[in-house]
Write a protein that binds this ligand. Structure first.
Ligand code: ADP
Ligand code: MG
Length: 289
């Protein structure tokens, strides 16, 4: 039988938008010492807009945006959606790519208008030894923007800078968790500058930037050497990390894979509900023992 106080808490939780899928994980939430948040779509809105386009070869900004958007029109990644939305708003003619592949945690590749293109992260350029002679790209990164590159046959055609917004609720969520002596950390595949900017904006205790999808669960494991850990995420990439954590929490608007891997789902997509989980778990399980 479920103790009455737990039954009451479960329904209290449901009323505040918390779907508890695993009651034992909810019990473990009483002892949480650290919370690791995914950045994009969790602490931030995950709604990008293109703010900068830097030509790196003999191609104008419109063509750079149009070709990039055409390739990205096959991807559901928040960056891809931001790029195609921005191109549509400019009235550009977006075509479906003739072939398409995603490179997890790094970008996408395919053929558009007969051209072999890639849209990739700065990390991809570093790994493959492609260098960019233009320092204005670095300036865009230093503004805390996400930067991706359009390549044709590994030759850089242009760089696109995108801005995302920190969720208004994130700040309060972090403040409340820190006041409960829970360390707040962030994990992201995005670059160091963006990670640092978001981290300072929210007063996080720690962040890990440039983390590839397959490394996310490994990072959680590392933090678990010291702390009892909850992971909060929204994407397909986050699923193994949600499973690895002592408590896996998914944003309700996230992907099905993330939701199915989670112990608790935030129905309202509000990061403040993570603090509610910690409070409610402490109240519930302190009365019992
Ligand atoms: P996060 O951990 O912040 O949720 P992801 O692991 O999904 O980010 O992606 C990591 C990085 O890979 C992005 O910051 C971007 O540089 C690159 N990337 C992933 N998907 C795409 C895409 N569709 N188009 C361009 N770049 C992408
Ligand atoms: Mg994400």
């Amino acid at each position: 039988a479920i103790p009455l106080v737990v039954a009451v808490s479960t329904s209290l939780a449901a009323n505040s938008g918390l779907l508890i899928r695993d009651r034992q994980a909810f019990e473990r939430a009483r002892d949480l010492q650290a919370i690791i948040f995914d950045k994009t779509g969790t602490l931030t809105e995950g709604k990008f807009g293109v703010t900068d386009i830097v030509p790196l070869a003999d191609m104008n900004r419109e063509d750079i945006l149009r070709l990039t958007a055409s390739l990205e029109s096959n991807s559901g990644h928040p960056i891809a959606v931001g790029i195609t939305d921005s191109a549509r708003q400019k009235g550009l003619d977006i075509k479906s790519p003739e072939s398409f592949n995603s490179i997890p945690g790094k970008g996408v590749e395919g053929v558009v208008e007969g051209r072999k293109l890639k849209v990739v992260s700065p990390g991809y350029l570093r790994e493959t030894g492609i260098s960019i002679g233009d320092e204005s790209v670095g300036n865009v990164e230093k503004q805390g923007k996400t930067v991706v590159f359009l390549l044709e046959e590994e030759r850089p055609l242009g760089a696109l800078g995108l801005a995302d917004l920190v969720r208004r609720e994130s700040r309060e969520a972090i403040d409340r968790l820190k006041s409960m002596d829970i360390k707040c950390m962030m994990l992201t595949g995005d670059n160091e500058f963006v990670a640092r900017w978001v981290s300072e904006e929210l007063g996080l205790d720690e962040y890990f930037a440039g983390v590839l999808p397959h490394q996310k669960a490994e990072k959680v494991k590392e933090v678990q050497q010291k702390y009892i850990v909850a992971m909060v995420g929204d994407g397909v990439n986050d699923a193994p990390a949600l499973v690895q954590a002592n408590v896996g929490i998914a944003i309700g608007a996230g992907t099905d894979v993330a939701i199915e891997s989670a112990d608790i789902v935030l129905v309202k997509n509000d990061p403040r509900n993570v603090a509610d989980i910690a409070v409610l778990a402490r109240k519930t399980y302190s009365k019992m023992f």
